[in-house]
Write a protein that binds this ligand. Structure first.
Ligand code: AMP
Ligand code: FE
Ligand code: FE
Ligand code: ZN
Length: 276
């Protein structure tokens, strides 16, 4: 029997991805991926359309989201799966996060304008659309188009990467709050790409806050990261997940698509934990 391939970490143009939900599903089909989750940053607006289009095309779409959270002053990304994405409280929570992003993006653009760039946040908003979660990647693309930087990545290296001259910290909800709301929405919370986490104590704190699982398979993880986090998951009775974190476009991550998958076993374990 052909084994099922699942990619549970994908972005669309409702956050900083290039493809529409339908284009992403067409691509998944082409690569033989039959279960996906769309995990836009602080946004679930792609999900209804994605689930419907997935149903028509034989691709199962698990409702997902990637929420930015703060733990001890450090930003962590928490993935939520099987969430009730139509719940009013969740939608209000995510709208509040996106509004904080807007305020912060305006501050970043102001700093860039002081440094000689002529980009305008309104242009970025119009291009991205009302329903999209806007972040630094959108600003990097605009700087690149303007010719103020040599490339998308150059924008982060010179100006808007963490700690760089035009960087402004985004205020995020606390990780405990994010884990709690995902659970209240009937979902499961996973720490995204923990290989980028600096301190081990952070992972332990998240587990104490009620984290359900760890994203093990991710392009940023080395073989030893995968072994280490698999061991941590087993020791703490946590679920495991994974995906390509594919964004497409200028991020140049096309080679990752189709190469960071998990099997049906992980998804069955998730459903067992939720009794679904
Ligand atoms: P934001 O949520 O607005 O703070 O944007 C964070 C996103 O920007 C991350 O998910 C990455 O995609 C991207 N990013 C952050 N730092 C860098 C960097 N140094 N180089 C490239 N991309 C980055
Ligand atoms: Fe992203
Ligand atoms: Fe992330
Ligand atoms: Zn992501």
């Amino acid at each position: 029997m052909k084994s099922v391939k699942a990619d549970l970490h994908l972005h669309t143009n409702y956050s900083d991805g290039k493809l529409t939900p339908a284009q992403l599903i067409d691509l998944s089909k082409k690569y033989g991926i039959s279960v996906i989750s769309i995990t836009d940053h602080d946004n679930v607006n792609a999900l209804e359309e994605a689930i419907e289009y997935g149903n028509q095309n034989g691709i199962q779409v698990i409702p997902g989201v990637e929420i930015s959270a703060d733990l001890d002053e450090q930003e962590v990304h928490i993935l939520g799966y099987f969430i009730d994405y139509k719940d009013k409280r969740l939608l209000e929570f995510l709208t509040a996060s996106r509004n904080l992003r807007i305020n912060r993006n305006e501050k970043i653009v102001r700093k860039l304008n002081e440094m000689g760039s002529t980009i305008n946040f309104n242009d970025i908003k119009v291009k991205a659309g009302e329903m999209t979660s806007i972040g630094r990647p959108h600003i990097a693309m605009e700087l690149n188009e303007e010719g103020f930087v040599k490339s998308y990545y150059d924008a982060f290296i010179k100006y808007i990467g963490d700690g760089k001259p035009a960087f402004v910290k985004k205020p995020n909800p606390k990780s405990s709050e994010v884990i709690k709301i995902i659970s209240e929405m009937g979902g499961l919370s996973f720490i995204a790409h923990p290989g980028r986490l600096i301190r081990d104590e952070l992972l332990i704190s998240l587990i104490q806050e009620g984290l359900d699982g760890i994203e093990i398979i991710h392009p940023s993880h080395s073989k030893s990261d995968i072994e280490y986090f698999s061991k941590m998951a087993a020791e703490h009775f946590l679920l495991t997940s994974g995906g390509s974190d594919y964004h497409g476009g200028v991020k140049n991550d096309g080679r990752n698509f189709g190469n960071y998958c998990i099997s049906m076993d992980e998804i069955i374990n998730m459903k067992r934990r939720l009794f679904i």
